[in-house]
Design a binder for this molecule. Structure first.
Ligand code: FMN
Length: 364
């Protein structure tokens, strides 16, 4: 199995096993509508076997960060259709990442409304970026059971909108401390209804959502991203092995496109009981296609494909290397991304990273 060889994903034909990881770039307008820059951005990267879009808000309630796009209004759907049409014309395949930030937000970016979460527990020890500067996290509104079920329906509606917008599939953002992750982890979920308490109950929200997404999209068109051992945003579970082991087993019963596992990019010395390597621990539990992520290079990606992964996603390398697949093929050096233009701004640092000249024949 090689990184640059074609592979089927259900009835989709991926040109290679290189995936562009979802990346928030904060270049939508104030109504969460993407524009021409975003069309160009994804088209420039369409040689990836699969592109996963930036996290995209499923409803107004899902919004946590300014200038991030949505998939709930007619204008947003029409705007995304322009992206998907252009990517398809470039022979690309594009999934939409469905995002609900839950408590990772601030009333200042939500028209005064408090963020929502499984429980009224604020994120400890971090601040949130707002247009007025970094702010302490607020104690979120704890969703009622009815509101939880309504949120599941918001995901279903967003999945339908993603079909209308011409995407090839959807990925649930279940990683990095956002709403689905907040339900899974016992530090953020103190509920006493059927969505909290036992591992089964804490997994119910994610399973309910995934079942709805598969009902809308069918087999091989729905993925999920998980980061079982990333403590960022207060995601300190008392037993990640039990929590994510149970969840992955339940996900094995669904006909998913893939399970996207992100590993921690820093040592976990503060959590001595946690698995040291999320991919080594959880990867073998996945019966669906396994996509791995987190600091991969061309060579470590090839090694991962030999070790059970079928797809490898690349985040930061895709920012500054729109032709990453070609650079991997040539063994070329990679350009370094500029951190200052990662989030927000205009074309600079977004669509002005050059591809290699057409006549480059460099080898490693
Ligand atoms: C600028 C930036 C924005 C990101 N936004 C998202 C996002 O919207 N959704 C998500 O699941 N991960 C997001 N990530 C994480 C990446 O998808 C990926 O997991 C991470 O960068 C590690 O992969 P890498 O080492 O190949 O960069 C983001 C990363 C970066 C650098």
């Amino acid at each position: 199995m090689h990184l640059l060889e074609p592979t089927p994903l259900g009835n989709l034909a991926l040109a290679n096993r290189v995936v562009m990881a979802p990346m928030t770039r904060s270049r939508a307008d104030a109504n969460g509508v993407v524009g021409d820059m975003t069309v160009a951005y994804y088209v420039q990267r369409a040689t990836a076997g699969l592109l996963v879009s930036e996290g995209t808000n499923i409803s107004p309630d899902a919004l946590g960060s300014p200038l991030t796009p949505g998939i709930y209004s007619p204008e947003q759907i029409v705007a995304w259709r322009r992206v998907t049409d252009a990517v398809h014309a470039a022979n690309g395949v594009l999934f939409l990442q469905l995002w609900h930030t839950g408590r990772v937000g601030h009333s200042l970016v939500r028209g005064g409304a408090l963020p929502v979460a499984p429980s009224a527990v604020a994120i400890p020890g971090q601040k949130h970026f707002t247009m007025q500067g970094p702010m302490e996290y607020e104690v979120p509104h704890a969703l009622t059971t009815d509101e939880v079920q309504h949120t599941v329906l918001d995901y279903e509606a967003a999945a339908q909108n993603a079909r209308e917008a011409g995407f090839d599939g959807v990925e649930l953002h279940g990683a990095f401390g956002y709403l689905p992750n907040q339900f899974l982890v016992d530090a953020s979920n103190r509920r006493t209804d059927r969505y909290g308490g036992t591992v089964e109950n804490r997994s119910r929200f994610v399973i309910d959502v995934m079942e709805r997404l598969v009902a809308v999209w069918g087999s091989d068109r729905v993925g999920i991203k998980l980061s079982p051992t990333i403590p960022f945003n207060g995601m300190t579970d008392s037993d990640p092995l039990a929590t994510f082991g149970y969840l992955i087993n339940q996900l094995n019963a669904l006909p998913l496109a893939y399970v996207h596992l992100m590993k921690a990019l820093f040592p976990l010395d503060a959590f001595p009981t946690w698995p040291k390597d999320a991919i080594a621990t959880f990867g073998p539990m996945v019966r669906n296609r396994l996509m791995v992520n987190g600091g991969y290079t061309r060579d470590t990606a090839e090694a991962a494909l030999g070790g059970g992964a079928e797809l490898v996603s690349f985040g930061a390398p895709y920012i500054a290397n729109p032709d990453l697949v070609r650079r991997f093929g040539l063994g070329s050096a990679l350009a370094a991304p500029d951190r200052a233009t990662m989030y927000g701004g205009g074309v600079h640092g977004y669509i002005d990273y050059p591809a290699l000249p057409a006549d480059t024949t460099e080898r490693s």
